[in-house]
Design a protein around this ligand. Structure first.
Ligand code: IMP
Length: 200
């Protein structure tokens, strides 16, 4: 492996997705065992991702990876967006029900949705690189499938006949917003490492 990067997340499902994608780049991933003690703001995915990563870099003195993501429904003005994980208290399934409820009155053309993700790797010297990814699709009427997490059971990507939760982890990872964001940040990270810049 080229390098080990500490992943600043407490979400095991996300960690596994990120680790699989990083493995393809020869980068080993380790989950941070310190609780990321930052309170995400409502500024942007990038800001939140950077906060998570830089917290771990500051605490452990190592390169760290942070990611922030959400789902946006244009017909609801981009809701829930940056507050996707917590727009109501409860479980993922509670939030799926709440989102479906708010979309009950919407016709098929208003059921479009976009997953967005931003990934950031922070360095000890204060520099950072970032990458962004999207996955477009639609929200269906009721949940289907058992895999994945979050809104996977209610989201069908464009060109697909199944929800993300009905796909294998590999199938999801091949198309996901997170994959695109992770790949974009890793391209920059690997270039940075290969440049041999003294980053201390
Ligand atoms: P974060 O941990 O603050 O980045 O929260 C992101 C939230 O967006 C998650 O808890 C999910 O609700 C949602 N989300 C982000 N990516 C995905 C995904 O790949 N599948 C399903 N839900 C996702």
């Amino acid at each position: 492996m080229l390098r080990t990067v500490i992943i600043a997340t407490g979400n095991p499902a996300k960690f596994q997705e990120i680790k699989d994608i990083m493995g393809r780049y020869g980068i080993a991933a380790r989950m941070s065992d310190i609780k990321v003690g930052v309170r995400e703001g409502t500024l942007s995915y990038e800001e939140n991702a950077r906060l998570k990563a830089s917290y771990v870099t500051a605490r452990l003195g190592v390169d760290a990876f942070g990611e922030d993501s959400g789902i946006e429904v244009p017909a609801l003005g981009g809701f829930p967006g940056i507050i996707s994980a917590r727009f109501i208290k409860g479980t993922d399934s509670d939030r799926n029900s709440a989102l479906l409820d708010r979309m009950r009155h919407l016709g098929p053309s208003d059921r479009r949705a976009v997953f967005k993700a931003c990934a950031v790797i922070t360095f000890v010297n204060g520099a950072f690189v970032s990458g962004y990814g999207e996955l477009s699709g639609r929200i269906i009427d009721g949940p289907a499938g058992e895999n994945g997490f979050g809104y996977d059971p209610v989201f069908v990507p464009d060109g697909q006949g199944r929800t993300l939760a009905q796909m294998s982890p590999r199938e999801k990872n091949d198309m996901s917003h997170r994959r695109r964001a992770v790949e974009a940040v890793l391209e920059k990270y690997v270039a940075y490492l290969k440049d041999g810049i003294d980053r201390k």
